[in-house]
Design a protein around this ligand. Structure first.
Ligand code: BMA
Length: 360
């Protein structure tokens, strides 16, 4: 009987392996791209925003939902401080609340992306402490002075990723983008202080530990080096390896005019679209924004035309700080660009949570 059935089915192929949580997330993102959608994201959206925060008795809120009637499709979360065993992120959010928010967003059919601004292992300063100069990244590698500390940091990260579970106990997938903005001179792992070989080894060490040793199958690996005057080879010489990258991204903020932002973003996205296509990777605008939104038509006038025609899976706008009045990148109730933001998300290309959920 088995033989007959096998013959009828054209041979006994081994059953296909069950897709991992990361595979399912990649499929979800690819489906959105195929449908011509760009998922809209906002950093820390569920945890705090303009004049509110959810911890210490604060209730649920979302600046995006308050303005546009739905949550962002993509929730950005930040793990800086977890490596030290802290209870709260460097932006004051309890990690327990971050875990809860990730599960909540996943349950609603949304996508989570994770950034990490780790401390400087050599100086004890923060990510932006570059006073130790070259060699800090190398100190985390095999034979380096901070290797044991680096292993401990990765263990804490691994514990957190492993603790992300859905209601059935399955791991929740997230886009994970460690060691970002490599091309800048502002992080201790930045290109001015880190050779291509050391950067690739740092990435490989991170990947081998989390995926190889810990077996974490819920991470979609995103690289977002960027291009700067200090380094233009983030996607070539510093490329961590085709087997340990799933998504190619870039972080671009507006510092000049809206027209300059649109032009710069288009130039960089067209370069990245070619990299992503050649390597078979997803593409995203992994961080963006214009602090305090001086241009009330920024959404339809600058960001939408910047994205036009590129197969961008998602765009993540940076956080609306609860404790720094001018440090915000997304609208909130009464903010000057709120009307334009509603027009932006009404565009058929832009998806908030509801549409993202439907495309699973
Ligand atoms: C930066 C700023 C900081 C913040 C950091 C990590 O761009 O928003 O205030 O601590 O990101 O989220």
């Amino acid at each position: 009987m088995t033989v007959l059935l096998c013959a009828a089915l054209g041979g006994c192929a081994r059953p296909a392996a069950e897709p991992t949580p990361a595979d399912r997330l990649k499929t979800h993102l690819s489906r959105c791209v195929e449908q011509g959608k760009v998922l809209f994201g906002h950093q820390d959206d569920l945890f705090y925003g303009k004049n509110w925060h959810r911890w210490d008795g604060g209730g649920e809120h979302s600046d995006i939902r308050a303005v546009a009637g739905d949550y962002p499709a993509v929730l950005g979360v930040e793990l800086g401080g977890i490596e030290l065993g802290n209870e709260r992120s460097l932006d004051h959010v309890p990690f327990a609340l971050i875990r809860e928010g990730i599960a909540e967003h996943h349950r609603r059919g949304g996508i989570v992306v994770v950034s990490w601004h780790p401390a400087n292992p050599a100086s004890g300063g923060d990510s932006w402490d570059v006073t130790a100069g070259e060699g800090v990244a190398a100190s985390l590698l095999d034979g380096g002075a901070n290797r044991a500390k680096g292993r401990e940091w990765l263990r804490r990260l691994g514990d957190f990723f492993d603790s992300l579970r859905d209601d059935d106990g399955r791991r929740i997938p997230v886009v994970w983008r460690p060691w970002h903005e490599l091309a800048g001179n502002w992080f201790w792992w930045g290109a001015p202080y880190c050779t291509a070989d050391d950067y690739k080894a740092l990435w490989r060490t991170t990947y081998d530990y989390l995926v190889g040793e810990r077996g974490l199958d819920n991470l979609v690996w995103a690289v977002s080096p960027g291009f700067t005057e200090y380094c233009t080879t983030g996607y070539t010489d510093y490329w961590p390896g085709d087997d340990c990258v799933d998504l190619v991204g870039i972080d671009i903020y507006q510092y000049g005019t809206s027209a300059e932002f649109t032009d710069l973003t288009r130039r960089h996205l067209s370069q990245l679209a070619a990299v992503a296509a050649a390597r078979g990777k997803l593409l995203a605008l992994t961080e963006t924004g214009c602090e305090a939104l001086p241009d009330a038509r920024w959404w339809t006038g600058a960001l939408l035309p910047a994205l036009e025609g590129f197969p961008v899976a998602y765009v993540l706008t940076w956080r609306n700080a609860w404790d720094r009045p001018a440090h915000y990148y997304a609208p909130f109730e009464g903010e000057a660009s709120a009307d334009d933001f509603r027009a932006f998300v009404a565009d058929e290309r832009i998806a908030l949570l509801g549409e993202c959920n439907e495309l699973q």
